[in-house]
Write a protein that binds this ligand. Structure first.
Ligand code: KG4
Ligand code: ZN
Length: 365
């Protein structure tokens, strides 16, 4: 069967078509199209996402993006119209995310579901991020997918959570950030250092020529399996102020003019190393508490980070460690489709398209 998926929770408008056989969902998976239109270029100028601008951009992009998903999959009628006969179900991200952004994707999916009489599956965004690790880089289902019980470290712009999955489609949050998400921290530190939005990739690039030992930064002492990243951001701010010799009242947006390229690279490398250390330390603690874990799945935009990938591979040697292929680590609709493929093969029923709500904030469990 074929799933058409739609993702618009933040600043990417995306649609994909994925084919699979519900009896063997993993080995049969084939991604037929995967279209992502990013608004990053718009938001570079502002240094961050402006929700209303994001919603308006989704409104402009969403129908052309869906059309493109049909044409890339070869799903056009002889009259070059979208061939809805080929589609068996629609999947859409309805939670969590920016209100206006979610509204565009969800209302589009609801309307298409009613218009073309297709079952509609609303999906939690973090669930999709986790299942992105079931895809391989050749747009197929992995031959050896993650096994259960597993622990997933979900690291994105809005979330930092350790999620335990005892089995397919089942989630328990065992750790979460008490304040900022790690991706948000990358974005805020990049702003202090004068690096472009989004901060994650620009900090990583800058860190390549930096010395990670140059500026020691504190590892917060947070109880249980929870995280905190707001202190790390403030620690970087104060370290930069100290380095350039200004008081802590000095405005952070003016600091970039006082830093040399070498200092920026050293701060990037020191910050990145510390952020990764915080994540891996908590993950190792979680693995001690849940010794039955067989796989570890990294998910979300920050899972593209090379330092995180290398550190995880080095320190979690005895486990099966999975990262999504880089093209699926940021927001996309392929991950939305694959998570619904798992729902369909487990017998989970579709929703009533007229009553699918949008929830800007909601928990996976
Ligand atoms: O999952 P995602 O695309 O969107 C959300 O669901 O939030 O994650 C976006 C976040 C941003 O904060 C971005 O700076 C971060 O992922 N990110 C990275 C990297 N690439 C993206 N962080 C660290 N290293 C990267 N290479
Ligand atoms: Zn995301």
């Amino acid at each position: 069967m074929n799933i058409l998926s739609i993702e618009s929770s933040c600043d990417e408008t995306a649609s994909a078509i994925l084919s699979f056989d519900p009896k063997s969902p993993n080995t049969s998976i084939k991604l037929l199209s995967n279209v992502v239109v990013s608004q990053i270029d718009i938001f570079k100028a502002y240094g961050g996402v402006i929700p209303e601008v994001a919603a308006r951009s989704h409104l402009e992009a969403i129908l052309p993006v869906i059309d493109r998903a049909f044409s890339d999959a070869g799903f056009l009628t002889p009259e070059e119209k979208n061939n809805w006969e080929k589609i068996d179900a629609i999947a859409v991200t309805n939670t969590p995310g920016l209100l206006g952004s979610l509204l565009i994707g969800t209302l589009t999916a609801r309307t298409l579901s009613i218009l073309h009489n297709k079952p509609l599956y609303p999906v939690h965004h973090l669930k999709s991020h986790i299942y992105s690790a079931w895809l391989d880089k050749n747009d197929k289902g992995r031959e050896n997918p993650p096994s259960f019980p597993l622990l997933s470290l979900v690291v994105s712009g809005g979330h930092t959570q350790i999620i335990r999955m005892p089995s397919d489609n089942k989630f328990e949050i065992i750790g979460t950030t008490l304040d900022d998400a790690v991706g948000e921290c990358f974005d805020k530190v990049a702003k202090i250092l004068g690096l472009p939005y989004p901060g994650g990739p620009s900090i990583s690039k800058s860190a390549l020529s930096g010395n990670p030992e140059k500026y020691p930064l504190p590892i917060p002492n947070i109880k249980d399996l929870d995280f905190s990243f707001s202190g790390l951001k403030t620690a970087v701010l104060h370290a930069v102020q100290k380095e350039v010799g200004v008081p802590i009242s000095y405005p952070s947006h003016k600091l970039k003019n006082l830093l040399s390229p070498e200092q920026i690279a050293d701060f990037s490398a020191s910050f990145e190393k510390t952020a990764v250390e915080i994540l891996i330390k908590k993950l190792k603690k979680a693995l001690k508490i849940y010794p039955d874990t067989t796989s570890v799945v990294f998910a979300g935009g920050v899972s593209a980070n090379e330092t995180l990938r290398k550190t995880a591979e080095k320190t979690l040697k005895n486990l099966n460690v999975y990262f999504p292929p880089k093209k699926f680590s940021g927001d996309n609709a392929a991950m939305v489709a694959i998570s619904v493929a798992h729902e369909i093969s487990s017998g989970i029923k579709p929703a009533d398209p007229r009553s699918v709500e949008i929830l800007p904030r909601s928990s996976i469990a």
